[in-house]
Design a protein around this ligand. Structure first.
Ligand code: G4P
Length: 281
């Protein structure tokens, strides 16, 4: 399958981010815990060099817990601070405050040596579309925080959200562009819903997901749909269509509808916690 997606305005977004990065101490990078590598753009490493770095494995509630731990270890070994979060229900938020202080301890120490007191740690959130940046900012900042806005020396219109423990967060996230190094990256991003469904062949994608699940999460489809997982992936999709009564007018099976059901179940976590990309050992 050939998944291609070239979002417009990326040059402008990149330029904006280069400007914003100059203003901050810490980059909070969100990735989708189900596809941690496919949902990150490593260009941020170059853009953000010399900055403290925190990776949030967001949507960790939907991902396989063993893999969450494996990915945490993987990124920590690369020198990132890492926290597993679920921005929708707020889990992991408390841990972030301490990790931010830890990640910025050199800056805090530098300020102290220079006699600078109470200069806030400034942070910005970055990530590719749909990883949960807005959800995270809303949950993390909470409702109690006032926007500080238009401080001297800050580009006009920039809004900072003042958080606890001397941290200020830029209220608009930096949008990174997905990097399609190989087709698998596009396919994984499509599966988690980060590429618009209407430009995809959902049925073909469903066959890919069926094969992946049969190989890595044996029995999960059988349990969800009360079907047998044997046979070709098309036969399994047929079985799902039958199990869920996906029929067209002439009693013909509706593969498109069955594919939508499969993706809805997968993306919402109804099928269980599933990771689509294994952490390199
Ligand atoms: P973005 O700014 O990075 O583009 O992402 P955004 O916050 O809009 O989040 C994209 C979708 O991911 C939203 O769902 C949001 O609710 C969901 N989401 C964000 N963080 C988490 C998380 O930690 N766990 C889970 N399970 N979901 C998360 P949506 O279906 O587009 O919207 P809605 O149904 O929530 O309104």
């Amino acid at each position: 399958m050939n998944v291609q997606w070239y979002p417009g305005h990326m040059t402008k977004a990149k330029r904006q981010m280069q400007e914003d990065i100059k203003l901050i101490d810490l980059i909070i990078e969100l990735v989708d815990a189900r596809v941690p590598l496919s949902s990150r753009n490593p260009d941020i490493d170059e853009l953000g060099k010399n900055k403290s770095r925190l990776i949030l494995l967001n949507k960790s509630d939907l991902a396989d817990e063993r893999q969450n731990e494996a990915w945490k270890t993987y990124f920590q070994a690369k020198g990132f601070y890492v926290v597993k979060v679920d921005s929708r229900n707020g889990s992991g938020m408390k841990a972030i405050n301490n990790v931010i202080q830890e990640a910025c301890k050199e800056k805090i120490e530098r300020d102290r040596r220079r006699g600078i007191k109470n200069r806030p740690i400034r942070a910005m959130v970055v990530g590719i579309p749909n990883v949960g940046k807005s959800t995270f900012i809303n949950t993390f900042a909470g409702r109690a925080c006032a926007k500080t806005g238009n401080k001297p020396g800050v580009t006009k219109g920039k809004q900072w959200i003042r958080l606890n423990k001397g941290v200020e967060l830029l209220d608009t996230p930096g949008i990174l562009w997905p990097k399609f190094e190989d087709q698998q990256v596009g396919i994984r991003l499509a599966c988690v819903g980060s590429i618009k469904d209407d430009i995809l062949n959902m049925e073909e994608l469903a066959l890919w997901l069926i094969d992946y699940l049969r190989e890595n999460y044996k029995g999960i489809l059988a349990e969800r749909y009360q079907i047998t997982e044997e046979g070709t992936s098309v036969e399994v999709l047929e079985a799902i269509a039958r199990a869920r009564g996906c029929l067209k007018k002439q009693e013909e099976l509706d593969y498109a509808k069955a594919s939508l059901i499969l993706f809805d179940d997968f993306r919402s976590g109804k099928m269980g916690r599933i990771t689509l990309e294994w952490a390199p050992l």
